[in-house]
Write a protein that binds this ligand. Structure first.
Ligand SMILES: C[S@@+](CC[C@H](N)C(=O)[O-])C[C@H]1O[C@@H](n2cnc3c(N)ncnc32)[C@H](O)[C@@H]1O
Length: 291
């Protein structure tokens, strides 16, 4: 991702961790669950499809597998696992009951749901799953290293883990930062992830190895976030209930920024530099390994 890590640690007297805190709150994600799949889920599925492909090559999903989809959201990973192996048993966990209701509504056989905080996975026993998977969630937890360690704990020995995280270039954030810089060059936009997070492939490999995983590999993926036109992007970025854009906009207005001006500036950037919305991508860093 772009710049600003040093400066963003002391904006307006608050730390980056303070700013990220709402993104771990279950009620904000439950609020966002309606409409999540159509916009963000439709984008993250490009990363989760590739992750599931890689994991299936390492350790094929079968009727004897027991898969954890940790921070499942509306089911981006588990839907792809089911396409590979309809009989596979899956537990979908999330901090948000509203997200899990969307998974339940899919009525997929052998899929159960359970509210769990990824920082502890306290309700899950040690050495249980044949595959422990997660996508685009751990960076919102207070310390993602702790979340990765919890995944290591619940994975059965010699079985496989797959961890997708937000990658180094997220066009939404780049567009936002550029628009803010045009309107107020002194403003430093916050980062959505917590301060102990990482995004790059080397950092992802290090973090997974540090948690105890072996044979760790990574891959960077660009996930298309297709928009019909600039307004389609602006509708998502400014009008959706997703807590990530909301955090960016709340911070901008809290520092005296004009939201209408920001919206107009973002629209211009999308029009001029992103083919009117057709060329917007979110980066993903995929990681895998074995216990
Ligand atoms: C960006 S969404 C990703 C959802 C899905 N895995 C995907 O790839 O589309 C982040 C998800 O993480 C969940 N989440 C946030 N903090 C969490 C925590 N501490 N423990 C478990 N889930 C959490 C949210 O409720 C939300 O469903």
């Amino acid at each position: 991702m772009t710049s600003n890590s040093a400066a963003s640690s002391s904006l307006g007297g608050r730390t980056a961790a303070d700013r990220s805190e709402p993104l771990t709150k279950q009620e904000s994600w439950t609020h966002a669950s309606e409409g999540y799949q159509q916009r963000i889920g439709a984008c993250t599925v490009h990363g989760t499809a590739r992750l599931v492909e890689i994991i299936n090559e390492l350790s094929p999903f079968t009727e004897d597998s027991y898969v954890l989809d940790n921070g499942a959201g509306t089911g981006s990973i588990l839907i792809k696992v089911k396409e590979k192996s309809p009989a596979t048993k899956i537990l979908a966990t999330d901090i948000s009951p509203g997200m899990l209701e969307r998974v339940d509504a899919l009525k997929l056989p052998n899929v159960s749901t359970q509210v769990e905080d990824a920082s502890t996975l306290a309700g899950l026993p040690d050495d249980t799953f044949t595959h422990v998977l997660t996508s685009f969630m751990i960076q919102f937890t207070p310390d993602p290293h702790v979340a990765v360690k919890a995944m290591h704990r619940v994975l059965a020995p010699n079985q496989v883990v797959g961890i997708a995280i937000w990658g180094t270039a997220i066009d939404h954030q780049i567009i936002h930062e550029k628009a803010c810089a045009r309107l107020n060059p002194d403003y430093v936009a916050p980062r959505p992830e917590t301060v102990k997070s990482w995004r790059s492939e080397p950092d992802h490999r290090d973090a997974m190895a540090k948690a105890g995983f072996k044979d760790v590999g990574t891959e960077a993926v660009r996930m298309p976030f297709y928009c019909r036109d600039a307004d389609h992007f602006l509708e998502y970025w400014f009008d959706s209930k997703n807590p990530v854009p909301k955090m960016f906009h709340d911070d901008w207005t809290a520092h005296g920024g004009d939201l209408a001006a920001l919206r107009a500036e973002c629209g211009k950037i999308v029009q001029e530099e992103y083919d009117g919305g057709k060329d917007i991508f979110m980066g993903a860093t995929l990681g895998w390994g074995r216990k």
